[in-house]
Design a protein. Sequence first.
Length: 167
Amino acid sequence: MPQRPVFTSKRMEQQWVRMQGVKMMRAGMPASHVAHHLDVSVRAVFKWIAAFYDGGQNALLAREGAGRPPKVTPEQLRWIADTVRDRTPDQLKFEFGLWTLRLIGSLIERQFQMTLSLPTLGKVMRPEADPLWARQVWTVSTRNEPRHTGSGKKQIAIQFYLRPPAD
């Protein structure tokens, strides 16, 4: 079995696993061995084989995820991250001097006319689905001088995301 590569998304990994399973079955490996090597059920292996024979390799492709579309677009997220990084709440006419999720929610409501709950704001501020974004934890002083903090410190901090610098 080939070594499993590193994938940028769960869907790409699932697609690769399906295709490897079909290749292994076509090479004569028993379904139970394929399932064990790929850490899936035997039933899943047989579903892949049936899909492959019905629709070819295209039937093994990963589909777009179902569910509700994101509330905040990537452009809006970039604007939020840039604003929180480059400006203080004082500069934007807020009364409180440190960025909090509630304050970011007020900023989003003011800029984009949308209200987000605190749990949704927490999800918006950590987009783990995009591997190109690096997590940075900062405390923002009222003088707009961000200081990097350790993740274990108990300080009022805002998490926002920046693309890693190009080398």
